[in-house]
Design a protein around this ligand. Structure first.
Ligand SMILES: Nc1nc2c(ncn2[C@@H]2O[C@H](COP(=O)(O)OP(=O)(O)OP(=O)(O)O)[C@@H](O)[C@H]2O)c(=O)[nH]1
Ligand SMILES: [Mg+2]
Length: 352
């Protein structure tokens, strides 16, 4: 029979007990801090939600996988051909510009070209078609006409992709970060995109549902347990009906009973477009009570003020002005998320 030895622990001193109690509070606090924070990215269609998510992926070091890159290549090539066709069809009516034989030939060559229905991974833009677009886009005789028609069709992106068309042509083209950030995702399936980012003790779960009107009624499924909302508000839309849609959407989100304890990061997006547009299309045209002229800061602050007026529920709103195509945006957003997370935690734990 083995003998059992009972061990009697020595009594803890008052100081040790106090220290243990403190340790346990710290462990509990760390566990709370480790909670996953669900952050919902909301905004109208085209407000920059998915572009923001792409930035976050790059920041997080989750580089785009090879399959993603080839998929973006096919989206870019299809977009380029679609834009080129729409613009050229209109531009060809400018008979004077296209009466030169070689201009007409180049335009017809591009218009006759289609990408076909091959496996998306195999899609690429042949060098001779890229070269034809390059020549038309850069020839002083045709460039103005093409650029005017791009504006008429409200196409802002062809400028970037057409300026880079020689790089985009050919089977070895791999879209770079900037190409991927600038690619609209409308050709992709609507639905939820999500990602998790680890920030020290925090895990942030970002959810990006589609902002298309028909998809918005599905948002409610994601509303539970949301700690913050990033609302993308495209300032450059100030002269479009989309602006009213964005105000209405913000109003319904911020005053919703679902978000009584949620903090909102309000991102004013598309600042780069806003800066270019403001001198040409005065803000006063859409908002007659605005008196700040073409001063970008005053104009952006005015739009921000319009959004803040809708905050009847008096939620905590943290506004930021960003250009979503700027690569520093992810740092700014992560800093804002950290700040709001900390504020929420301090409030919840009664320390604030
Ligand atoms: N110039 C500029 N373009 C931007 C900015 N943010 C987004 N875009 C472009 O706007 C287009 C639409 O952006 P998305 O991020 O796909 O918009 P979304 O909010 O996800 O739209 P839905 O998925 O339809 O709800 C893309 O072509 C982006 O490259 C910005 O700050 N500046
Ligand atoms: Mg999207």
């Amino acid at each position: 029979m083995g003998s059992s030895v009972s061990r009697v622990r020595p009594a803890k001193s008052a100081g040790q007990m106090h220290s243990d109690a403190l340790d346990s509070i710290i462990v509990q606090d760390q566990a709370r801090l480790k909670q996953v924070r669900r952050i919902l990215v909301l905004g109208t269609s085209g407000s920059g939600k998915s572009t923001l998510m792409k930035h976050m992926r790059i920041h997080d070091g989750t580089e785009f996988k090879e399959t993603d890159v080839t998929l973006y290549r096919s989206i870019i090539c299809r977009n380029v051909i679609e834009w080129a066709h729409s613009i050229l069809l209109l531009a060809k009516k400018d008979a004077l510009v296209f009466e030169k034989g070689y201009h007409r030939e180049l335009a017809d060559k591009v218009l006759d070209f289609t990408l076909g229905n091959d496996d998306e991974r195999e899609i690429y833009l042949p060098n001779d078609i890229a070269e034809a677009i390059h020549q038309l886009w850069n020839d002083p005789m045709t460039a103005n006409s093409l650029k005017e028609h791009a504006k008429e069709l409200n196409l802002e992106l062809p400028t970037y992709f057409f300026d880079n068309i020689r790089r985009i042509g050919g089977p070895t083209y791999r879209p770079n970060r900037s190409d991927i950030l600038k690619t609209p995702e409308t050709a992709r399936k609507p639905g939820l995109r999500e990602m998790k980012i680890n920030m020290g003790t925090l895990t942030i779960h970002l959810l990006d549902p589609s902002g298309q009107r028909s998809e918005r009624r599905k948002w409610i499924h994601y509303f539970e347990f949301v700690t913050s909302i990033i609302f993308c508000a495209p300032v450059a839309d100030y002269d479009q009906a989309r602006m009213t849609e964005s105000f209405n959407l913000f109003e319904s989100v911020i005053n919703s009973r679902w978000f009584l304890r949620t903090s909102i990061i309000l991102l004013l997006t598309k600042m780069d477009e806003f800066k270019q547009k403001l001198p040409k299309i005065p803000l006063e045209k859409s908002f007659p009570e605005y008196t700040g002229g073409a001063d970008v800061n005053k104009a952006a602050k005015y739009i921000l003020w319009k959004y803040m007026q809708l905050n009847r529920a008096r939620l905590s709103v943290y506004p930021h002005i960003v250009n979503v195509c700027d690569t520093n945006v992810s740092c700014l957003v992560l800093a804002a998320v950290k700040e709001t997370t900390l504020q929420n935690w301090l409030k919840d734990s009664g320390r604030l």
